[in-house]
Design a protein around this ligand. Structure first.
Ligand code: GDP
Length: 298
């Protein structure tokens, strides 16, 4: 088994709080609470939740002398408590093919995530089909084909500029005919033209529901964790365009802004199905709240 990659780069919050201080303990006083708040906010956690986390931490402990280890574990357990309810793998739908619509802005890691997920499902013995629904970007289709090859999964494509909803419908027919367990539908991520994108996503949903009124069974929003607070805005935007059922957070390997996951969990409560921790096919992990909290606290 691969060694889990720490979800956030060092030095973490605690390293910065305690510095190289020779003091074995520090009082949990206003100064420390303020410093903690600032560090949490700097990790992109957002002000509200940062204040709540530190307040909970101080409850019944104000003025106490605490070691670095004690502060770390208190802070980590507060963060874990916020994150535990959202740590849920992608639910498996009892009927096949399970249709997973994947949305997100260009560059967020949709293609890569579809490749990684397909590979995982395949390794679990599932038959997967991918539909390259971003028909307006030839490069996106090519890239998805590369990932499909890597994962050993067929990628259905349509001519450049053709209707993604028609492709999605054809993919439903093919997935069903092939006895596929899972159909993953990639979509465009052109936020510059929001009205068009909204109509495009709505049409895909409308058309695939002609084959299965319950489809899509999951709508995954892929978010780039390095964009920090911007991720919150993307949840709002895509929430208006699609019935987002869960999140995949990418690029947690290269960011000190991992605190945004806490802000997201607090604000939206959407499940985090997986985290991306690198560019390779195996770099997708289940979201582990304790490991995440430990890495964030550092
Ligand atoms: P899309 O436009 O949303 O389909 O995004 P891509 O899947 O093409 O990803 C955009 C870039 O982000 C590529 O260079 C990927 O290699 C990179 N990427 C995606 N996921 C991760 C991740 O978890 N970690 C890192 N470090 N890079 C990632």
């Amino acid at each position: 088994l691969a060694t889990p990659t720490p979800a956030v780069e060092k030095p973490g919050i605690l390293g910065r709080l305690m510095g190289r201080s020779a003091e074995p303990k520090r009082a949990l006083d206003d100064e420390m609470l303020e410093q903690l708040e600032e560090l949490l906010i700097a990790s992109d956690m957002g002000v509200d939740i940062a204040l709540r986390v530190t307040a909970n931490m101080a409850e019944g402990r104000y003025g106490k002398l605490l070691s670095a280890t004690e502060i770390k574990s208190l802070l980590a357990s507060e963060i874990t408590r916020v994150m535990e309810p959202v740590a849920r793998p992608l639910p498996i739908y009892p009927k096949t093919p399970q249709v997973v619509l994947v949305v997100g802005v260009n560059g967020s890691g949709k293609t890569t995530t579809i490749g990684k997920l397909s590979s995982q499902f395949r390794a679990a013995g599932k038959k997967v089909v991918i539909a390259a629904g971003d028909t307006f970007r030839a490069a996106a289709v090519e890239q998805l084909q590369v990932w499909g090859d890597r994962a050993g999964v067929p990628v259905l494509t349509a001519p450049e500029g053709s209707d993604p909803a028609a492709l999605a419908y054809d993919a439903m027919v093919k997935a069903e005919a092939d006895g596929a367990d899972l159909l993953m539908i990639d979509t465009a991520g052109r936020l510059q033209n929001r009205a068009d994108l909204m109509e495009e996503l709505a049409k895909i949903v409308r058309v695939i529901r002609k084959k299965d009124p319950d489809a899509p069974h999951n709508t995954l929003l892929v978010l780039d964790a390095t964009t920090g607070q911007n991720a919150l805005r993307q949840v709002e935007l895509f929430g208006q365009m699609a019935d987002v059922s869960g999140l995949v957070m990418t690029k947690l390997d290269g960011t000190a802004k991992g605190g945004v996951l806490v802000a997201l969990a607090d604000k939206f409560g959407l499940p985090i199905h997986a985290i991306g921790v690198g560019e390779q096919i195996d770099d997708l992990q289940p979201f582990d709240p304790e490991e995440f909290a430990d890495a964030l606290v550092g």
